[in-house]
Ligand binder design. Sequence first.
Ligand code: SF4
Length: 379
Amino acid sequence: MNKDEKTPPITVIYGNEPSCMTELLLSSVNLGSSIPKGSSIGIKPNLVVAKPAHKGGTTTPEVVEGIIKHLQAHGHTHITILEGSWIGDSTKRAYKKCGYQQISETYNVPLIDTKDDDVISVKVGGTSYKVCRSVSDVDVLINVPVLKGHCQTLMTGALKNMKGCIPDSEKRRYHSMGLHDPIADINQVIKPDWIVMDALCGDLGFEEGGNPSTMHRMMVSRDPVLLDSYGCTLMGLDAHDVDYIIKAADFGIGELYDKDEADTLLELNSPQNSYDLPTFDRSFEGLIDQRDACSACYGSLVRALLETDDEIYDLVVKANKKMEKPVFAIGQAFEQIEPWPYGEGTLGIGSCTAQGGTHVRGCPPNPEKIKEALRAFIS
Ligand code: SF4
């Protein structure tokens, strides 16, 4: 990679047409010509679940298609798409459902499911991590995250998208390590050359989507810390509330965004639309004891609580007030805690909580199953 070329730290484009926006964005930073001919190039979208991009959780396929067209127009032929969906969903299903199977066939670009990949071990500080081999094998990595919310880390963007480059067993372990440290650590090892951020319609509350906000913009940068901390400002967050961004900055992975610093942003056009931050009319404060819960599990519980009938939700809140203890226990740490600290009156979520008492089976259980179990438990 020619990293000496002078590019603005973050280039932004606004609009509603992802194909055309992608080409303008990539051309503005000379992305295709910055990559030496003959390089193997991996494109890493975010296909955390098998849901189409308009739901707000996955990368818009036209963005990845635009990147491929741009690369092929610059003579690049060794291109692959790499991804591993979250625990509990199938990457292959996501490739099909999200339009990537079609892209693969049209442009002759192989799809790699990192869940099937060989792994290599890497050491960061004193900690060992496993990384999927196909990711470490490419010459150039293009990270294509979605800017969106996350019910545990508040936001997810460039840095957290690298979690799709590790095996499922590691994803579980990351949660048991509290997520922030391993995310910052792994970004010292997996270092994308470019990040093309899809901020077209991310769900600003949930990683899995379901409540998209039309943000009408895309960004390109080489600095994941800068891009994520800039993304925080768009979401009304302070980057200092997202530990892994601050840890990554401390490791020297990139710079924190400073709105007062001139020349950080190059806007190719002007914003045409505003967007709405999500508001939830239900509070979960004090309801959940989460200890090292995987995102898929925690997301399912929050989704179930948002969608359950008013009557059930009110009963949950009343039970919480009466018992003065959490109604739900969730997370890998509960595998080691027997009996549960709260006894009866608490519903375990996920197979990790099996030995504690009444629980919803599944790893992770889906929101429908949780709603059904909750109805029977609380009524
Ligand atoms: S039950 Fe939930 S928290 Fe436990 S390993 Fe499975 S997904 Fe993770």
